[in-house]
Structures are given as structure tokens and as C-alpha cells.
Design a protein. Structure first.
Length: 185
């Protein structure tokens, strides 16, 4: 039995040991799994509706990409999935490439990317279409100290841009530095 209310424009840390159910909860919120009981909603919409899914940007713990694509092509692909026109996709690339420092790797194939580069690209994918809610599953997992700091700063910047951020972690220090509230599973 789980009951969570996350306020708009807050960073909510979702803590728990490995195997506690953090990723399962996230998959229910993203409508990738159905709850055995109860309901999940995003900004008042049932999480199972298309409308709710459009409100969410999701970064899984281990994002997967088509290995033969470049970051530019990957964001274009996700922009098409969001129904963005060519001009909108170009503007989205420009904005996200600058925000996540993807310019230098814009035309490199994803197959050779490090964990940190994949996380930056995953964050960019989660931000395509400017969703008001971000759901991040262990966004700092496997990152070096500089990468962790960059992700913390990005989360705080996105909160300042009035995004609601729900992220799971089992690292108390990360949560303590950036969260407005926490829930422990």
C-alpha cells in the first residue's frame, strides 16, 4: 500500500534499498506496469491515459538507445514521436544540446558512449516536448563525481523552471542536497 502526493514544482526524492519497489512504482507512474490495486495519477490524470503520458519525461536507470544513431538523430526521432514539426525539432535540438552540452558529440554514434554521455542523452530525451513532470530512476547511478554534480545542478535548474521532479535513489547524500521532500519505501 503506497500513497504519495508530490507538489507541483518540487523535487521529490524516492528512497529505498535495492529491491524495495522504487523502479516498480516508477513503471506504474509511467504506465509501463499496471498496479495490482489502486490508481496512479499525474497532474490529476490517470497515469494510464495518453494525456498523462504526454505530461511525463522519463529517464530510466539504464537508458537504451539505437546504437547506430547520433544524439542529434536520437532527439529528432523522439521529437517525431512527440509530433513535433521540423522547425520545432531543430529548436528542441538547439535548446537541449546547449543545456546538456551535447554539441561536441552531436554527430558521434551512441554505441561508443560512456555512462555519463548516455545519461546526458537520456536526460535530453526525457526533456523532449518540455514535459512538466520528470520521473528519473536513479539518474546519478554509475556517474563519476563531476557527472553527479552536473545532474544535481540540472535537476535544481529544472525545478527553477517550474518542473516537478520525482526521482529515485538509494544515496542519501544526493537526496539531501537537492530534495524539497522525500519518501522512503
Amino acid at each position: 500500500s503506497l500513497n504519495l502526493d508530490i507538489a507541483p514544482n518540487e523535487v521529490f526524492g524516492f528512497l529505498g534499498r535495492n529491491g524495495a519497489g522504487k523502479t516498480t512504482t516508477i513503471k506504474i507512474l509511467c504506465s509501463l506496469l499496471r498496479p495490482t490495486h489502486g490508481e496512479a495519477s499525474i497532474l490529476g490524470e490517470s497515469a494510464r491515459t495518453r494525456k498523462a503520458r504526454r505530461l511525463i519525461g522519463y529517464l530510466p536507470e539504464n537508458p537504451y538507445f539505437y546504437e547506430y544513431l547520433t544524439p542529434r538523430e536520437t532527439l529528432d526521432f523522439y521529437g517525431r514521436l512527440h509530433g513535433l514539426g521540423a522547425a520545432q525539432r531543430a529548436a528542441e535540438w538547439k535548446k537541449l544540446a546547449e543545456l546538456l552540452e551535447l554539441g561536441e558529440i552531436a554527430d558521434q554514434r551512441v554505441r561508443g558512449f560512456s555512462k555519463g554521455m548516455r545519461q546526458r542523452l537520456g536526460f535530453a530525451v526525457a526533456l523532449v516536448g518540455d514535459p512538466p513532470v520528470l520521473i528519473l530512476d536513479e539518474p546519478m547511478s554509475g556517474l563519476d563525481p563531476l557527472g553527479r554534480r552536473a545532474v544535481r545542478e540540472l535537476i535544481l535548474r529544472l525545478r527553477d523552471e517550474e518542473k516537478t521532479i520525482f526521482f529515485s535513489s538509494h544515496v542519501l547524500g544526493d537526496v539531501q542536497q537537492i530534495c524539497d521532500r522525500v519518501g522512503i519505501l
